[in-house]
Ligand binder design. Sequence first.
Ligand SMILES: Nc1ncnc2c1ncn2[C@@H]1O[C@H](COP(=O)(O)OP(=O)(O)OP(=O)(O)O)[C@@H](O)[C@H]1O
Length: 309
Amino acid sequence: MHAIDVTDVTKTYGDVTALDGLSLAVESGTTFGLLGTNGAGKSTLFKLLVGHVRPDSGAVAVAGRDVTTAGAAIRRSVGYLPERAGFPSALTGREVLAFHARIRGLAEPSARIDEALETVGLSDAADRRVGGYSNGMTRRLGLATALLSRPRILLLDEPTAGLDPRGVASFHSIVRQLDRDDDLTVVLSSHVLPEVERLCDAVAILHDGRLRASGSVAGLKRHVSDDVRVRVRLRDPGATEDALSAIAPREATVRSTDDAIAVDCSASAVPGVLADLAAAVPVEGYEVREPGLERVFERALSDPAEVSA
Ligand SMILES: Nc1ncnc2c1ncn2[C@@H]1O[C@H](COP(=O)(O)OP(=O)(O)OP(=O)(O)O)[C@@H](O)[C@H]1O
Protein backbone atom coordinates (compact mmCIF):
# COMPACT_ATOMS: atom_id res chain seq x y z
CA MET A 1 0.00 0.00 0.00
CA HIS A 2 1.34 3.42 -0.96
CA ALA A 3 1.03 6.42 1.35
CA ILE A 4 2.02 8.70 -1.53
CA ASP A 5 1.67 8.33 -5.29
CA VAL A 6 3.01 11.02 -7.58
CA THR A 7 2.34 10.32 -11.25
CA ASP A 8 4.01 12.20 -14.10
CA VAL A 9 3.80 15.54 -12.32
CA THR A 10 5.04 18.75 -13.88
CA LYS A 11 5.04 22.04 -11.99
CA THR A 12 6.36 25.30 -13.39
CA TYR A 13 6.76 28.74 -11.85
CA GLY A 14 6.81 31.09 -14.85
CA ASP A 15 9.84 30.04 -16.90
CA VAL A 16 11.20 27.76 -14.19
CA THR A 17 10.31 24.07 -14.35
CA ALA A 18 10.46 22.94 -10.72
CA LEU A 19 9.19 19.39 -11.36
CA ASP A 20 9.45 17.79 -14.76
CA GLY A 21 7.37 14.64 -15.27
CA LEU A 22 8.06 13.29 -11.78
CA SER A 23 6.68 9.89 -10.76
CA LEU A 24 7.31 8.56 -7.28
CA ALA A 25 5.71 6.20 -4.77
CA VAL A 26 6.23 5.99 -1.01
CA GLU A 27 5.27 2.81 0.87
CA SER A 28 3.07 3.24 3.95
CA GLY A 29 4.80 3.00 7.30
CA THR A 30 8.29 3.73 5.98
CA THR A 31 10.69 6.59 6.59
CA PHE A 32 11.52 7.99 3.17
CA GLY A 33 14.38 10.37 2.34
CA LEU A 34 14.21 12.99 -0.36
CA LEU A 35 17.62 13.99 -1.63
CA GLY A 36 18.67 16.43 -4.29
CA THR A 37 20.76 19.41 -5.23
CA ASN A 38 19.57 22.94 -4.37
CA GLY A 39 16.58 23.79 -6.50
CA ALA A 40 15.95 20.12 -7.39
CA GLY A 41 12.25 20.50 -6.52
CA LYS A 42 12.00 18.92 -3.05
CA SER A 43 10.12 21.77 -1.37
CA THR A 44 7.82 22.03 -4.38
CA LEU A 45 6.99 18.34 -4.01
CA PHE A 46 6.09 18.85 -0.33
CA LYS A 47 3.88 21.81 -1.22
CA LEU A 48 2.08 19.71 -3.84
CA LEU A 49 1.53 16.94 -1.29
CA VAL A 50 -0.23 19.30 1.12
CA GLY A 51 -2.14 21.08 -1.63
CA HIS A 52 -0.39 24.45 -1.21
CA VAL A 53 0.45 24.43 -4.92
CA ARG A 54 -1.25 22.58 -7.77
CA PRO A 55 0.48 20.56 -10.46
CA ASP A 56 0.33 21.87 -14.03
CA SER A 57 -0.21 18.26 -15.10
CA GLY A 58 -0.09 14.80 -13.58
CA ALA A 59 -1.64 13.42 -10.40
CA VAL A 60 -0.73 13.63 -6.71
CA ALA A 61 -2.42 11.16 -4.35
CA VAL A 62 -1.98 10.92 -0.59
CA ALA A 63 -3.42 7.93 1.27
CA GLY A 64 -5.09 6.91 -2.00
CA ARG A 65 -6.91 10.22 -2.48
CA ASP A 66 -6.23 12.87 -5.09
CA VAL A 67 -4.87 15.93 -3.31
CA THR A 68 -6.45 18.46 -5.68
CA THR A 69 -9.97 17.15 -5.04
CA ALA A 70 -9.72 15.84 -1.46
CA GLY A 71 -8.43 19.20 -0.09
CA ALA A 72 -9.13 19.64 3.61
CA ALA A 73 -9.55 15.92 4.30
CA ILE A 74 -5.98 15.35 3.13
CA ARG A 75 -4.64 18.20 5.23
CA ARG A 76 -5.97 16.49 8.36
CA SER A 77 -4.08 13.28 7.63
CA VAL A 78 -0.81 15.00 6.70
CA GLY A 79 1.52 16.85 9.07
CA TYR A 80 3.89 19.28 7.36
CA LEU A 81 6.97 20.98 8.73
CA PRO A 82 7.97 23.59 6.12
CA GLU A 83 11.60 24.48 5.45
CA ARG A 84 11.23 27.79 7.25
CA ALA A 85 8.72 27.77 10.08
CA GLY A 86 8.78 30.89 12.29
CA PHE A 87 6.37 31.74 15.08
CA PRO A 88 5.28 34.98 16.82
CA SER A 89 8.02 35.55 19.42
CA ALA A 90 5.65 36.98 22.06
CA LEU A 91 3.58 33.78 22.26
CA THR A 92 4.47 30.79 24.40
CA GLY A 93 4.94 27.40 22.77
CA ARG A 94 1.59 26.27 24.18
CA GLU A 95 -0.16 29.38 22.79
CA VAL A 96 1.33 28.73 19.33
CA LEU A 97 -0.01 25.19 19.42
CA ALA A 98 -3.41 26.35 20.71
CA PHE A 99 -3.62 28.74 17.76
CA HIS A 100 -2.76 25.99 15.27
CA ALA A 101 -5.26 23.63 16.91
CA ARG A 102 -7.97 26.28 16.64
CA ILE A 103 -7.42 27.12 12.98
CA ARG A 104 -7.54 23.42 12.17
CA GLY A 105 -10.71 22.96 14.22
CA LEU A 106 -9.28 20.12 16.29
CA ALA A 107 -11.37 18.44 18.94
CA GLU A 108 -9.82 17.98 22.45
CA PRO A 109 -7.12 20.54 21.73
CA SER A 110 -5.49 20.53 25.19
CA ALA A 111 -4.93 16.76 25.19
CA ARG A 112 -3.40 16.94 21.71
CA ILE A 113 -1.23 19.91 22.63
CA ASP A 114 0.14 18.12 25.73
CA GLU A 115 0.77 15.00 23.67
CA ALA A 116 2.62 16.91 20.93
CA LEU A 117 4.70 18.84 23.48
CA GLU A 118 5.63 15.58 25.20
CA THR A 119 6.60 13.91 21.91
CA VAL A 120 8.98 16.71 20.92
CA GLY A 121 10.39 17.15 24.46
CA LEU A 122 9.04 20.67 25.00
CA SER A 123 6.69 20.04 27.95
CA ASP A 124 8.96 21.90 30.38
CA ALA A 125 9.39 24.88 28.02
CA ALA A 126 5.73 25.02 26.94
CA ASP A 127 4.92 28.18 28.90
CA ARG A 128 8.04 30.09 27.89
CA ARG A 129 7.93 32.66 25.10
CA VAL A 130 9.00 31.33 21.72
CA GLY A 131 11.32 34.37 21.29
CA GLY A 132 13.62 32.76 23.88
CA TYR A 133 13.70 29.34 22.19
CA SER A 134 16.87 28.03 20.54
CA ASN A 135 16.80 27.09 16.84
CA GLY A 136 16.46 23.44 17.82
CA MET A 137 13.50 24.17 20.12
CA THR A 138 11.82 26.23 17.39
CA ARG A 139 12.21 23.34 14.92
CA ARG A 140 10.76 20.96 17.52
CA LEU A 141 7.84 23.34 18.07
CA GLY A 142 7.32 23.25 14.28
CA LEU A 143 7.26 19.48 14.48
CA ALA A 144 4.73 19.68 17.32
CA THR A 145 2.42 21.81 15.14
CA ALA A 146 2.74 19.15 12.41
CA LEU A 147 1.87 16.40 14.90
CA LEU A 148 -1.21 18.10 16.37
CA SER A 149 -3.68 16.40 14.07
CA ARG A 150 -2.09 12.98 14.77
CA PRO A 151 -1.18 12.64 11.10
CA ARG A 152 -0.61 9.34 9.29
CA ILE A 153 1.87 11.03 6.96
CA LEU A 154 4.51 13.43 8.20
CA LEU A 155 6.43 15.66 5.77
CA LEU A 156 9.62 17.24 7.11
CA ASP A 157 11.37 19.71 4.81
CA GLU A 158 15.06 19.89 5.82
CA PRO A 159 14.15 19.51 9.50
CA THR A 160 17.70 19.65 10.84
CA ALA A 161 19.18 22.36 8.60
CA GLY A 162 21.07 24.92 10.68
CA LEU A 163 20.85 22.99 13.96
CA ASP A 164 23.87 22.34 16.17
CA PRO A 165 24.92 18.70 16.73
CA ARG A 166 22.83 18.41 19.92
CA GLY A 167 19.80 19.83 18.13
CA VAL A 168 20.32 17.37 15.28
CA ALA A 169 20.73 14.41 17.67
CA SER A 170 17.60 15.33 19.58
CA PHE A 171 15.58 15.69 16.34
CA HIS A 172 16.85 12.32 15.14
CA SER A 173 15.82 10.62 18.35
CA ILE A 174 12.29 12.04 18.01
CA VAL A 175 12.06 10.81 14.38
CA ARG A 176 13.28 7.35 15.47
CA GLN A 177 10.67 7.29 18.22
CA LEU A 178 7.95 8.27 15.72
CA ASP A 179 9.26 5.60 13.36
CA ARG A 180 8.20 2.91 15.88
CA ASP A 181 4.61 3.63 14.89
CA ASP A 182 4.12 1.24 11.96
CA ASP A 183 1.20 3.24 10.57
CA LEU A 184 3.11 6.50 10.29
CA THR A 185 4.88 7.39 7.04
CA VAL A 186 7.64 9.99 7.36
CA VAL A 187 9.09 11.78 4.33
CA LEU A 188 12.07 13.98 5.07
CA SER A 189 14.32 16.00 2.82
CA SER A 190 17.92 16.64 3.68
CA HIS A 191 21.28 17.54 2.20
CA VAL A 192 23.02 15.47 4.88
CA LEU A 193 23.54 12.02 3.40
CA PRO A 194 24.59 10.23 6.63
CA GLU A 195 21.40 11.56 8.25
CA VAL A 196 19.27 10.06 5.49
CA GLU A 197 21.24 6.82 5.57
CA ARG A 198 20.71 6.52 9.32
CA LEU A 199 17.00 7.36 9.41
CA CYS A 200 15.49 6.25 6.11
CA ASP A 201 14.40 2.89 4.69
CA ALA A 202 14.13 4.19 1.14
CA VAL A 203 15.17 7.30 -0.76
CA ALA A 204 14.56 9.26 -3.93
CA ILE A 205 17.19 11.46 -5.55
CA LEU A 206 15.89 14.43 -7.54
CA HIS A 207 17.84 16.62 -9.93
CA ASP A 208 16.40 19.52 -11.93
CA GLY A 209 12.86 18.38 -11.16
CA ARG A 210 13.40 14.84 -12.40
CA LEU A 211 13.78 11.55 -10.56
CA ARG A 212 17.31 10.20 -10.91
CA ALA A 213 17.17 7.27 -8.49
CA SER A 214 14.75 5.67 -6.05
CA GLY A 215 14.57 2.56 -3.94
CA SER A 216 15.83 1.06 -0.71
CA VAL A 217 19.10 2.46 0.60
CA ALA A 218 20.61 -1.05 0.55
CA GLY A 219 19.36 -1.72 -3.00
CA LEU A 220 20.74 1.54 -4.37
CA LYS A 221 24.09 0.90 -2.71
CA ARG A 222 24.20 -2.57 -4.22
CA HIS A 223 23.50 -1.01 -7.59
CA VAL A 224 26.84 0.83 -7.46
CA SER A 225 28.65 -1.74 -5.32
CA ASP A 226 30.65 -3.43 -8.05
CA ASP A 227 33.05 -0.57 -7.38
CA VAL A 228 34.98 0.22 -4.23
CA ARG A 229 36.83 3.49 -3.64
CA VAL A 230 40.56 3.36 -2.92
CA ARG A 231 41.92 6.58 -1.43
CA VAL A 232 45.68 6.73 -1.67
CA ARG A 233 47.64 9.40 0.25
CA LEU A 234 50.79 10.56 -1.53
CA ARG A 235 53.99 11.39 0.37
CA ASP A 236 54.81 14.16 -2.09
CA PRO A 237 51.86 16.46 -2.98
CA GLY A 238 53.67 17.36 -6.24
CA ALA A 239 53.39 13.74 -7.40
CA THR A 240 49.66 13.88 -8.17
CA GLU A 241 50.18 14.16 -11.94
CA ASP A 242 52.54 11.13 -12.00
CA ALA A 243 50.04 9.16 -9.93
CA LEU A 244 47.21 10.02 -12.34
CA SER A 245 49.36 8.96 -15.32
CA ALA A 246 50.14 5.64 -13.64
CA ILE A 247 46.41 4.87 -13.29
CA ALA A 248 45.35 6.29 -16.66
CA PRO A 249 45.47 2.97 -18.59
CA ARG A 250 43.12 1.31 -16.06
CA GLU A 251 39.32 1.16 -16.21
CA ALA A 252 38.66 3.36 -13.22
CA THR A 253 37.29 6.76 -12.30
CA VAL A 254 40.00 8.84 -10.70
CA ARG A 255 39.82 12.07 -8.74
CA SER A 256 42.72 13.94 -7.19
CA THR A 257 43.01 16.29 -4.23
CA ASP A 258 46.18 18.11 -3.11
CA ASP A 259 47.86 15.11 -1.53
CA ALA A 260 45.68 12.12 -2.39
CA ILE A 261 43.93 10.43 -5.24
CA ALA A 262 40.66 8.53 -5.08
CA VAL A 263 40.17 5.64 -7.49
CA ASP A 264 36.76 3.98 -8.06
CA CYS A 265 37.38 0.50 -9.42
CA SER A 266 36.23 -3.08 -9.00
CA ALA A 267 37.31 -4.79 -5.77
CA SER A 268 39.42 -7.24 -7.74
CA ALA A 269 41.40 -4.40 -9.37
CA VAL A 270 42.53 -2.92 -6.03
CA PRO A 271 45.88 -4.83 -5.70
CA GLY A 272 46.85 -3.83 -9.26
CA VAL A 273 45.94 -0.17 -8.68
CA LEU A 274 48.00 -0.07 -5.48
CA ALA A 275 50.95 -1.80 -7.18
CA ASP A 276 50.87 0.64 -10.15
CA LEU A 277 50.79 3.63 -7.82
CA ALA A 278 53.51 2.36 -5.48
CA ALA A 279 55.76 1.72 -8.48
CA ALA A 280 55.20 5.26 -9.82
CA VAL A 281 55.18 7.54 -6.74
CA PRO A 282 55.99 7.41 -3.00
CA VAL A 283 52.78 6.36 -1.21
CA GLU A 284 52.02 7.41 2.39
CA GLY A 285 49.04 5.12 2.99
CA TYR A 286 45.67 4.02 1.63
CA GLU A 287 42.15 3.03 2.60
CA VAL A 288 39.50 1.07 0.73
CA ARG A 289 35.85 2.03 1.21
CA GLU A 290 32.64 0.25 0.29
CA PRO A 291 30.12 2.51 -1.43
CA GLY A 292 27.91 4.70 0.77
CA LEU A 293 24.87 6.78 -0.07
CA GLU A 294 27.31 9.54 -1.09
CA ARG A 295 28.44 7.40 -4.05
CA VAL A 296 24.85 6.62 -4.99
CA PHE A 297 24.17 10.37 -4.97
CA GLU A 298 27.23 11.22 -7.09
CA ARG A 299 26.33 8.52 -9.59
CA ALA A 300 22.71 9.69 -9.74
CA LEU A 301 23.76 13.24 -10.55
CA SER A 302 26.36 12.31 -13.14
CA ASP A 303 24.21 9.74 -14.98
CA PRO A 304 20.79 10.92 -16.25
CA ALA A 305 19.48 7.34 -16.60
CA GLU A 306 16.88 6.73 -13.87
CA VAL A 307 17.83 3.98 -11.43
CA SER A 308 15.24 2.02 -9.50
CA ALA A 309 16.47 -0.43 -6.87
N1 LIG B 1 7.42 30.52 -5.67
C1 LIG B 1 8.33 30.35 -6.62
N2 LIG B 1 8.44 31.18 -7.66
C2 LIG B 1 9.36 30.99 -8.63
N3 LIG B 1 10.25 29.97 -8.66
C3 LIG B 1 10.20 29.10 -7.63
C4 LIG B 1 9.26 29.23 -6.56
N4 LIG B 1 9.45 28.21 -5.69
C5 LIG B 1 10.47 27.46 -6.18
N5 LIG B 1 10.91 28.00 -7.35
C6 LIG B 1 12.00 27.46 -8.20
O1 LIG B 1 11.68 26.10 -8.48
C7 LIG B 1 12.85 25.30 -8.42
C8 LIG B 1 12.68 24.21 -7.38
O2 LIG B 1 12.67 24.84 -6.10
P1 LIG B 1 12.45 24.03 -4.73
O3 LIG B 1 12.42 25.05 -3.63
O4 LIG B 1 11.30 23.13 -4.87
O5 LIG B 1 13.80 23.17 -4.66
P2 LIG B 1 14.50 22.43 -3.42
O6 LIG B 1 14.94 21.12 -3.94
O7 LIG B 1 13.59 22.45 -2.24
O8 LIG B 1 15.76 23.35 -3.16
P3 LIG B 1 16.62 23.60 -1.80
O9 LIG B 1 17.37 22.35 -1.53
O10 LIG B 1 17.52 24.73 -2.22
O11 LIG B 1 15.65 23.99 -0.71
C9 LIG B 1 14.01 26.24 -8.16
O12 LIG B 1 14.58 26.61 -9.39
C10 LIG B 1 13.33 27.45 -7.50
O13 LIG B 1 14.07 28.62 -7.75
